[in-house]
Design a protein around this ligand. Sequence first.
Ligand SMILES: *Cc1c(COP(=O)(O)O)cnc(C)c1O
Length: 477
Amino acid sequence: MNLDQAYSPDAFRQQGHALIDLLADHLQRAQTGTQPTINYIEPDKALTYWQTDFEQPIQSDPLPLFTDIIERSIHVHNPRFMGHQIAPPLPLSALTGVLTGLLSQGMGVYEMGMTANALERIVTQWLAQKLNLGAEAGGLLTSGGTLANLTALLTARAIVGGTPDSDHNVWQDGTTNRLAIMVSGEAHYCVDRAARIMGLGSAGIIKIPVNERYQMRTELMDDYLKRAKADGLTVFAVVGSACSTSTGSYDDLTAIADFCTRHNLWFHADGAHGGVAALSDTYRHLVQGIDRADSVVIDFHKMMMIPALTTAVLYRRDADAYRTFQQRAQYLWTDADAKDWFNSGKRTFECTKLMMSAKIYAILHTYGERIFTEYIDTVYGLARRFAGQIRNRPTLEVAIEPESNIVCFRHAGDGSHTLAYLNERNAQIRQKLLQDGRFYIVQTTLNGQLWLRVSLMNSFTTDAQLSELLDDITACI
Ligand SMILES: *Cc1c(COP(=O)(O)O)cnc(C)c1O
């Protein structure tokens, strides 16, 4: 093999056709759900398998390798996949991934992504308008919700994180005051991580308790703010979850917006999973108040059927995004202070960045935005009916009435069992399902209780298959 052969258009054409055939067959099999969702292998065994494979002589045909990778991966297109929050990607967005992979636009400066940067501008403004963020809204795409939340919190700190009596500039002077954020106890762990990366420490992450539906108890915020001030902390932002990860609960965003307006704080909405409810007439009420957020994060790879990772950070005032990083990189940008939307690297963590925008743009261009609404309505509706099915089973219980497509439930025993016993039994049920491999579900802990958890990410999952899952669980009990 030499470089000429490796770059051969003819070989690419032939291998490409073969790969698409392989993936189309895989998609067909996965969607009919006749095969396992996962062939679970212990980590050490998986590693040994691939180490042995790695030691083989090179093989000029990549197809057996591709086949092997497919077989040894979890199949998110199987309607019995209902585990973590990854959407089965639309085949068209996967094809766009091949396209953008070959074009490999760097994006950080305009010429390295002329189309990529223009499409990013269009899709972020489109989504910002769908959230009703107003005429000045805009945003950027970045690599995942975790990085997106950190980006938004850095913007918040740059803009409102100064002490009231000084012209404090964190970029210039570092963190000289004790800063803090307020967040629900049920927020995704990445918010806590972001705050610690920013140097806020444990004291700087003020966790507001949740109510019985796992929503932030917004009526407590004033007290917590007073206490923080008395402790010498400067709170600069509040993070609302739309929705939370464990139970899919939506915080009262209007109450948070009111609080932030009253105290001149940055309102960040973490809509990584459920922010897209804004696109549905049926479920828009869940995100009421999101239009008043200063920044919003939405993962396209969760509820918008795009392959991982693709995330939007949206700002009510697009210009705010230029204040996050005040980098001077003379070899990249001639005018470091210009608010030039087309040099995406000024506003993102990434220098070189994937051309994510094309995957979203291709979906909107080919199917229109209705496809997103149809998806949300389907999987959110499915979760509501699933909760009804669970309630009809005497040995099972639901944690809360689902607001999104996330449902937590468990084997509840007959009232005579201890907490430890029930936790153990539910963990065993989940382990048995994993080993069996037909269904893939996960688990979570709420107030010390272990719950089985599904995210109904697959729009082809049927009520009958959900009933079958409950049959399997009941049979384990
Ligand atoms: C998944 C999730 C995140 C993290 O996003 P990644 O894309 O996995 O990094 C953050 N917040 C919420 C509410 C989430 O559900």
